[in-house]
Design a protein. Structure first.
Length: 751
């Protein structure tokens, strides 16, 4: 409301746009009521929904203004004369189907009446000079599993549901027993007021849980609205069909084809998947532009450029138009082919300077990646492609995603295609790698042994080298140094023999470095780390380099060189704050606790130990079950307790447990928390160009390590509002963690 009021104070034409049912008319009416005192000659509402003739627009405006001209003059001329000296607000509601006529009339009136302001609602802009467009967002809903008990009424969607449900069932009220289910329901309905109102009416006969279960066919379920309303607002289907009918034939075809994307996408993906002999890539491009203008697609600006998505309600309608014929099957295959090619490009280019870009791209495309994998594993004859795609994602599973999620996909793919193939060997060593990261070394060694046998039969030299390396890694973390060292020496020779720089060569170097260090040959470990450092720097590789820094820190620990150890750990954390490999972050935080305890800082050590435990909780076996790390952990806790006493240790431990992951990293790096001036913040180019002033302010506070609660208090806003700002910042920058915001902020401050 405040933002639109501000727009109307600066601009004479503001158009509220958005998909059907999002609440454009509702917002316009609220604004009209609130702004009456600002316009001496009144606020006048013109309802255009029932008109179907361009020539009637001017007459409808004149009628709403209660003008009774009995001459033969054109209604446009009557309006120009009447409005010439008037200071009023004209609200034109539902302009989309009469856009050209509305645009012509508004342009004429604004030129003739210098004090006139116009507020229009339309599913697409009027496209005339001086128009300011404001996209009406869906109502606020909590993201998955983030609703804090007792805060349900702070969300517009949940409050609307309660208001409408209690109107038909006075016993209904939001409370601890139903608020989570209502939140899921409103989220499934995209926060669309029309859909929420239609769902709330069903409370007369169904529970919230029953409505949620039946939402799979939302268009059949949500059919009963207010009989007094517009016909297209009485059912969800009618509202969306109205938008569909306003599209050109090409836009309708594209809408249905784009529904194959389960999440967001970019123009390139849309062209590759949706273009064919009947719809050229240029026509796809123009169609996307048209669907954005008509509020069918939502455009979001990311650091990688513009991306597009449907509300699920709109996507479902498009999917219906495809039907069950061959068109859908062909589109799903083209969609799979595009994303299979994308992940293979990412795999081929992972070792290099663009890791962060690939990581961000795949994070943004995750919904489509999973849909493509599901296609491979459910469509007859596509299992081999599923193995190929799951294996090509090895670096994503290992460095960026959940190992458990990766193992579930790989297990399915390996079960479906048992025939010997290089795709199978890659899937096996990838699955083994993920099992090691979870501490499941028994399963890992079983898969790696199978991989080795198959690779020898296929003469797959790369798989043989990777399997040997990972087997050595598994033996290392299983505390079997005598088996680990020869396997890792063999693997390094095999990786070198492949004759190409790669992540696998880098990891072979630092894994052998750790093994040699733990057998008492720290000098050989340092030499191997130096070679790895040189390799990574030559190719701009960051992920392997961050792990090499961790190994280097361990070597320095065994030598008692705490200063260099600390430097290596913090440099590692700075890299990982961008790449977000949770395992390496957890290890670094743990090791910083060892340093603090050795230095006699018991309280700080306790905080970091608690933070380490919190980070390890979703990662599998603590410290990978590696007894060297576990011994050092126990020594750290004992030193810290002796230094400060049990009571102080426990209090400090609790403080550490209360921090978020991003707060943990900021504190581990000992970054300053002093305020930075607004002018300095705006010098951060990426943040400045993509974020609003308020979002830049929030980004600065995130970078300073403040929690959501602290940010809300600092800015005198609600905690939920702060959370919403942070979600928008993450979306615009293409990030998945607050640490990435902080990293970008400080990087651009330094630059």
């Amino acid at each position: 409301m405040a933002e639109v009021k501000g727009l109307l104070s600066r601009a004479r034409l503001v158009t509220l746009t958005g998909p059907g049912g999002v609440g454009k008319s509702r917002l316009a009416l609220r604004l009209a009521e609130d702004l009456r005192r600002a316009f001496p000659d009144g606020v006048w509402l013109v309802k255009l929904a029932e008109l179907d003739d361009d020539s009637l627009v001017a007459r409808a405006v004149a009628s709403s203004l209660q003008l009774r001209d009995r001459t033969a003059r054109a209604p446009e001329d009557v309006l120009v004369d009447h409005l010439a000296d008037k200071q009023l607000l004209l609200v034109l509601d539902n302009c989309e189907h009469l856009r050209d006529a509305c645009g012509y009339l508004v342009a004429t009136l604004l030129e003739a009446a210098p004090k006139l302001h116009v507020l229009a609602t339309s599913r697409e802009p009027l496209m005339i000079g001086g128009e300011h467009i404001w996209q009406v967002p869906p109502m606020s809903v909590p993201t998955d599993n983030t609703l804090v008990q007792g805060t349900a009424r702070e969300y517009e969607a949940l409050k609307l549901f309660e208001d409408r449900a209690s109107a038909v069932n006075p016993e209904f009220t939001l409370g601890p027993d139903n608020e989570q289910t209502v939140a899921r329901l409103c989220g499934r309905l995209d926060g669309l007021p029309l859909a929420i109102e239609l769902a709330a009416v069903l409370i007369r006969a169904l529970s919230v849980e029953q409505i949620l279960v039946r939402l799979k066919d939302r268009y059949r379920l949500l059919t009963e609205g207010k009989r007094a309303g517009l016909s297209r607002h009485q059912t969800l289907r009618a509202a969306v069909e109205w938008s569909f009918d306003l599209c050109t034939q090409q836009e309708q075809v594209l809408w249905s084809r784009l529904s194959v994307f389960p999440g967001e996408f970019d123009i390139e993906a849309a062209q590759q998947v949706c273009a064919d002999d009947g719809l050229s890539p240029d026509e796809v491009f123009m169609g996307v532009v048209g669907l954005v203008e008509k509020s069918i697609l939502i455009r979001e600006q990311h650091h990688v450029g513009s991306r597009y998505r449907f509300l699920s309600t709109i996507r479902d309608f498009g999917h219906e138009q495809l039907g069950t014929n061959g068109a859908l099957a062909a589109l799903r295959r083209k969609h799979r082919d595009y994303y299979l090619n994308l992940v293979e490009q990412a795999d081929a280019n992972w070792f290099g300077p663009h890791q962060l870009q690939w990581f961000s791209r795949l994070q943004l495309d995750q919904a489509s990646l999973w849909a493509a994998l599901e296609y491979c594993l459910t469509e007859p004859g596509e299992a081999r492609a599923g193995l190929r795609m799951a294996g090509a994602l090895w670096f994503y599973w290992v460095a960026c995603s959940s190992p458990q999620e990766g193992r579930e996909w790989l297990d399915r793919a390996l079960t479906l295609d048992l025939q010997p193939s290089q795709e199978r060997t890659k899937a096996l060593w990838t699955n083994g790698y993920l099992a090691i990261r979870q501490g499941d070394t028994g399963a890992a060694l079983s898969m790696l042994n199978e991989c080795s046998r198959l690779a020898r039969a296929l003469d797959d030299r790369a798989a043989l080298a990777h399997a040997a390396q990972l087997s050595g890694h598994a033996e290392l973390v299983s505390n079997n140094l005598t088996q680990a060292v020869p396997l890792l020496e063999q693997a390094l020779s095999q990786e070198r023999a492949l004759g190409r720089p790669s992540t696998h060569l880098a990891t072979a170097l630092f894994r052998l470095a750790l093994a040699r260090c733990l057998t008492g040959d720290a000098d050989r470990g340092l030499t191997l780390c130096q070679e790895c450092e040189k390799l990574c720097r030559a190719h701009g590789e960051q992920w392997s380099r961050s792990w090499m820094l961790w190994i280097l820190a361990v070597i320095r620990w065994t030598q008692g060189d705490l200063q260099h150890m600390t430097d290596h750990l913090r440099e590692c954390l700075r890299i990982e704050r961008s790449l977000s490999d949770p395992l390496n972050i957890a290890l670094c935080v743990e090791a910083l606790a060892w340093v603090e305890a050795r230095n006699g800082n018991g309280e700080r050590a306790a905080e970091l130990l608690a933070a380490s435990h919190k980070l390890w909780r979703p990662l599998g076996e603590y410290l990978l079950g590696f007894h060297h790390y576990l011994d050092w952990h126990d020594q750290c806790e004992a030193h810290a307790r002796r230094a400060v006493g049990d009571k102080t240790f426990e209090a400090s431990y609790q403080r550490g447990a209360d921090h978020t992951v991003d707060e943990i990293v900021v504190r581990a790096l000992n970054e300053k928390t002093a305020a930075v001036s607004g002018s300095q913040a705006e010098s951060a180019a990426g943040i400045h160009t993509l974020l609003t002033p308020r979002e830049r302010e929030v980004a600065q506070l995130v970078a300073q390590g403040l929690s959501n609660k602290e940010i809300a208090a600092h800015l005198a806003i609600k905690r939920r509002t702060a959370e919403s700002h942070i979600e928008h910042i993450l979306t615009k920058l293409g990030f998945t963690s607050r640490g990435r915001i902080a990293a970008l902020f400080w990087e651009q401050q330094r630059g």
